[in-house]
Write a protein that binds this ligand. Structure first.
Ligand SMILES: [Zn+2]
Length: 185
């Protein structure tokens, strides 16, 4: 397995739409394992393929280290799609591509998710609370959306200076990154 560098805000690949997979190959499985390795190295609980520079609709989630979610198995979701949602919940979020910024975002509390598993079998599952939150955040990535886009104008304003620094490549993290000035795609 390999730890892949994570693209930070300002990199064009974070603003592009990832494409659905039509099949799974050995390379796909290897890539998913690398995504898990990359997410863990960065102490993240979710990662989307765009964040490592790949425009495929794949996300990985592992919240088993979060108190209360020890039973939640790590999962890869391929071509994930929300087919129903209900209730709203405000929760604080952060993002490995927007380091050291955290703020509250409102999203659906409960979702019905349809996706393909690592055997490319279609699965439907209901997620609520933190698992739903992480999946919604990661699906946004696949659509080129960052959580800071969802902040109210005054909250966004409060993070302007930090965002400006990230976008010019001033990023202070202990995991490998590709910052915007170095992002080729
Ligand atoms: Zn993120």
């Amino acid at each position: 397995m390999a730890v892949l560098p994570i693209y930070t805000d300002g990199s064009p690949v974070l603003r592009q739409k990832a494409q659905p997979l039509t099949k799974i190959t050995d390379a796909t499985i290897q890539f998913i394992l690398d995504m898990f390795e990359t997410m863990r190295k960065a102490n993240g609980i979710g990662l989307a393929a765009n964040q490592v520079g790949v425009l495929q609709r794949i996300i990985v989630v592992d919240i088993s280290e979060v108190e209360g979610y020890e039973e939640m198995k790590p999962a890869a979701y391929i071509n994930p799609k929300v087919i129903a949602e209900r209730d709203k919940l405000v929760m604080e979020e952060g993002c490995l591509s927007v380091p050291n910024i955290r703020d509250e975002v409102e999203r659906a509390e409960t979702i019905l998710l349809r996706y393909r598993d690592s055997n490319f079998k279609i699965v439907e599952t209901e997620l609520s609370g933190l698992p739903a939150r992480v999946v919604l955040h990661e699906i946004d990535h696949l659509d080129g959306i960052l959580f800071v886009d969802r902040l109210s104008p005054d909250k966004k304003e409060a993070h302007m200076e930090e965002l400006r620094k990230i976008r010019i490549g001033e990023v202070d993290v202990d995991y490998p990154v590709v910052t915007a000035p170095n992002a080729a795609v």
